[in-house]
Design a protein around this ligand. Structure first.
Ligand SMILES: Cc1cc2nc3c(=O)[nH]c(=O)nc-3n(C[C@H](O)[C@H](O)[C@H](O)COP(=O)(O)OP(=O)(O)OC[C@H]3O[C@@H](n4cnc5c(N)ncnc54)[C@H](O)[C@@H]3O)c2cc1C
Length: 460
């Protein structure tokens, strides 16, 4: 039992490591921490992998960089579980998956390592004494209780635990934010017919054009690769069938194991909906539902291949590209991107471009528009995950300590997974050495990770 204000709460779990948020980074953190620690994951949805399974964000964007072991194990397991590869052999291609499969596969991976998973569970408060988190207050299903641990991984995506315990955070960029999206899946798509039609619209097909299992349909006004496809959507705006907001960004991906279903990286909401205002986020959800209806209706009537299409699924989680970022021992800077920065305590890698989704592009910024060439990468330093204020806290995911520009690159799924794995291993090391997470030797951790970096080979 634990005293909490004027109440007494049962302590449901006492463990080594608690991971707040079983999302993209959180599952990797739990998997790695469970190598040597007892681990509890607290997840507010009933599917793991967060943005991937619940905001329907797929595929993993391409990377030429080597990855830590969680990512490779996950891809192998997905290949086997789905029966269709996550993509062709070779690095630098996206890794394609479907939401149900990635959630189930990670669930099995964690269960096999003995990780306890609390679903439908929300961390609602934290207790701190002398710069150390001593307990979390959790509401799960229909109960409120406490959990305690030695170390706490904040994998909430929104720096939620950081904000509960008084770690300083920043949000957006001078009041501006990256756009929110509420993704959707569209079923009943005739991919060969859609591709044939795209071929008549000067569409620039990706390298994978020959394989219907990996097809990307994209329409962004005046972007060369979309050929004349974007003009068809503009005609929809002119005819009053769509709005300017509806057509700003349209991008659909096929998914292994779900033939005839495309995951759309839209509707993308106008920037006026801010990810740090609950009322605006609630309004955004309803606004996006209307956009989804209009878009599916338009696709069905105007784009060959969608004639028999239907809205198969609305995302149940708002797609948030950035919200809050912690202020850690090191704040990653814009220049770290351009310089391909390396650090003595570099524990994760990124090579995705600066990818800020906005209504109007900011031309004053340096434009980084493509992946680094030749397997180049920048590193994320361990110090960007830990803070001065709280000894047993570590962050992993899109809310680590980084500038707004840098965040738009580090948020990519593979980098988030690497950060999670490093954070999980850090928890093991901290406990074994009897050292606080914010005093752990990041350079030594980097050395421990050295043998885990490799390119994914589907045929391993
Ligand atoms: C619309 C959109 C499109 C994108 N497109 C791509 C793409 O194509 N490819 C790519 O690689 N990346 C893409 N990204 C980026 C990438 O998917 C995300 O940045 C990444 O998945 C975030 O991982 P995370 O672990 O930081 O957060 P999440 O995956 O969001 O995990 C956070 C978890 O914490 C849980 N949580 C939060 N608060 C609490 C609480 N109080 N109690 C319990 N649980 C809590 C959430 O439910 C969630 O499961 C996209 C992002 C968005 C939003």
């Amino acid at each position: 039992m634990m005293r909490y204000h004027d109440k007494v709460l049962p302590v449901l779990v006492t463990t080594d490591t608690v991971v707040v948020g079983g999302g993209t980074a959180g599952v990797a953190a739990a998997y790695a921490a469970a190598e040597r620690n007892r681990v509890l994951v607290i997840e507010k949805n009933t599917l793991l992998t967060g943005t991937q399974a619940n905001a329907l964000v797929t595929p993993m964007m391409p990377s030429h960089a080597k990855r830590l072991s969680f990512n490779r194990e996950l891809l192998h397991r997905l290949d086997r579980y789905v029966g269709t590869p996550t993509g062709p052999v070779g690095d630098g291609t996206a890794r394609w998956f479907n939401p149900e499969a990635i959630a189930r596969v990670t669930e099995m991976m964690l269960q096999e390592r003995g990780v306890e998973i609390l679903y439908d569970a929300r961390v609602i408060d934290a207790v701190v004494a002398d710069g150390v988190i001593t307990a979390l207050v959790v509401q799960a299903f229909n109960q409120t209780f406490a959990v305690t641990a030695q170390n706490y991984v904040d994998a909430s995506g929104d720096a939620w635990l950081a904000r509960l315990v008084g770690i300083p955070t920043v949000s957006g960029d001078d009041g501006k934010h990256s756009a929110l999206s509420l993704r959707m899946e569209v079923g009943g798509v005739d991919i060969p017919t859609l591709k044939a039609w795209c071929g008549t619209q000067q569409y620039v097909f990706s390298d994978l054009a020959g394989d219907d299992r990996y097809f990307e349909f994209v329409s962004v006004p005046e972007e060369a690769r979309t050929g004349d496809v974007w003009r068809v959507f503009q005609a929809g705006v002119a005819a009053g069938e769509l709005t300017v907001d509806d057509v700003r960004y349209i991008q659909g991906f096929t998914m292994p194991g779900k033939p005839g279903v495309m995951a759309f990286n839209n509707p993308q909401l106008p920037n006026r909906f801010a990810p740090d205002d609950p009322l605006q986020m609630a309004a955004a959800v309803a606004f996006a539902h209307g956009m989804q209806d209009r878009l599916v209706d338009f696709l069905r009537r105007r784009i060959p291949g969608f004639d028999h299409a239907f809205l198969a699924k609305r995302a149940t989680m708002l797609g948030i590209r950035e919200s809050y970022r912690i202020q850690g021992l090191y704040v990653m800077q814009d220049d770290d991107y351009g310089n391909r920065a390396k650090f003595a305590d570099g524990i994760a890698r990124g090579d995705w471009f600066v990818d800020i989704h906005t209504d109007v592009e900011d031309k004053t910024r340096p434009a980084y528009r493509s992946l680094y060439p030749n397997h180049e990468y920048y590193e994320v330093p361990y110090r960007a995950l830990v803070t001065r204020e709280i000894a047993n806290y570590i962050a992993a995911g899109r809310h680590i300590s980084a500038s707004f520009v840098m965040q738009s690159s580090i948020r990519i799924q593979t980098t988030a997974e690497d950060m999670g794995e490093a954070a999980g291993l850090a928890c093991c090391e901290a406990l074994a050495q009897g050292v606080a997470l914010n005093r752990l030797d990041g350079a030594a951790l980097k050395k421990k990770l050295a043998s885990r970096w490799a390119h994914y080979q589907p045929t391993d």
